[in-house]
Design a protein around this ligand. Structure first.
Ligand code: NAI
Ligand code: MG
Length: 332
């Protein structure tokens, strides 16, 4: 048995996480799901967006499935997402993007490996009379860890080529360090993998114009955040982009999207990203057959010509999940 901490969160979080847990409960009886609060409900209960008992539950479980939280715009807000990424040492954010709904002819099947703990996401900002300075951190150890992880994931998923995405022409020292670490690692693996590098701005254009060019992208925190949403947009929107926050010990799987307050409570959110995040979690926990069944059942809904409301189809969150469960049934 594996224990899973389920964190529905805010907005559409509980809706899409509810769909994913229905799928998990159908595909295996080897998971023990227990729910913990994070975000607004946690704050109302305890005065904290990530209360100590929730953090302890995350730490104690084999993995976590998270929805999303709505950021509080008030001063002094400490993002619970940045906190658990940092404190659980979830240094790599894996974001696969695949054109499963055949939104366009794009044959995109890309894995973005994003550094998840530093860069511009340090919350280290200082005001003076003239404005605000934000400190951006790029450390050699974090660069090494993310590049090694990208190489590992490339081999594990049978992929072939890794592109390092950076801005070392301007950020010569920080991104320069990242690029040097990438090239040093590349030299030891050139017999079975292909290594290239490209500036982040031109990658943005190329992703739109030639989306099937990239296989694996390894990049720093902010670039990865933006490029993964851009890539998701090409294949139908944020409802299609799952992600896994990975550390050496802990892991948290979540859709790449936020809490989408504009559509919350209407039953129309696309649960695909969260269901695919649950499939990533199954893979990570060693349930690779079940992971493949979930992915296959999800893709099959789109292959059969049905679609979710965000891409002009008729299926709301629960109806889409019913179709996934129906496909799962016919597989076993
Ligand atoms: P968002 O990802 O919540 O929504 C952006 C757009 O995509 C909206 O129009 C939304 O309706 C649509 N969308 C997102 N997920 C969808 C789904 N599953 N199905 C159909 N449509 C979907 O980003 P936004 O609006 O910038 O942020 C909303 C809140 O979420 C903010 O408070 C933000 O800070 C927070 N956020 C939280 C994250 C997390 O908890 N990991 C990540 C990103 C944002
Ligand atoms: Mg984002």
């Amino acid at each position: 048995m594996k224990s899973i901490c389920v964190l529905p969160g805010d907005g559409i979080g509980p809706e899409v996480v509810g769909c994913a847990t229905r799928v998990l409960e159908r595909v295996t009886d080897q998971l023990e799901l227990h729910t913990a609060d994070i975000g607004r409900r946690a704050f109302d209960r305890s005065g904290k967006y990530l209360p100590a008992d929730t953090f302890a539950a995350m730490e104690a479980s084999d993995s976590c499935l998270f929805g999303a939280v709505t950021s509080d715009e008030g001063a002094g807000y400490n993002s619970p997402v940045l906190r658990f990424r940092k404190e659980l040492k979830l240094f790599a954010n894996l974001r696969p993007v695949k054109n499963i709904a055949r939104i366009s002819s794009a044959g995109m099947d890309l894995l973005i490996v994003r550094e998840n703990t530093e860069g511009l996401y340090t919350m280290d900002e200082h005001e003076d009379d003239a404005g605000v300075t934000t400190r951006r951190r790029v450390s050699e150890s974090a660069c090494n860890k993310i590049v090694e992880r990208a190489i590992h994931e490339t081999r594990r998923t049978g992929r072939k080529s890794i592109c390092c995405v950076h801005k070392a022409n301007v950020l010569r020292k920080s991104d320069g360090l990242f690029l040097r670490v990438f090239r040093d690692n590349a030299r030891t693996c050139e017999q079975d993998l292909e290594f290239t590098d490209q500036l982040v701005d031109s990658v943005a254009a190329k992703l739109v114009m030639e989306p099937d060019t990239f296989d694996v992208i390894v990049t720093l925190n902010l670039y990865g955040d933006i490029l993964s949403d851009l890539a998701a947009g090409i294949v139908g929107g944020l409802g299609f982009a799952p992600s896994g926050n990975m550390g050496d010990k802990h892991s948290v799987f979540e859709p790449a999207h936020g809490s989408a307050p504009d559509i919350a409570g209407r039953g129309i959110a696309n649960p695909t990203a969260t269901i695919l995040a649950a499939a990533m979690m199954l893979d990570h926990l060693g349930f690779s057959v079940e992971a493949r069944q979930v992915r296959e059942s999800t893709e099959q809904v789109y292959r059969s010509g049905l679609g979710t409301i965000d891409i002009g189809g008729a299926l709301g969150s629960e109806k889409f999940t019913d179709s996934v469960l129906c496909n799962l049934e016919s597989m076993s």
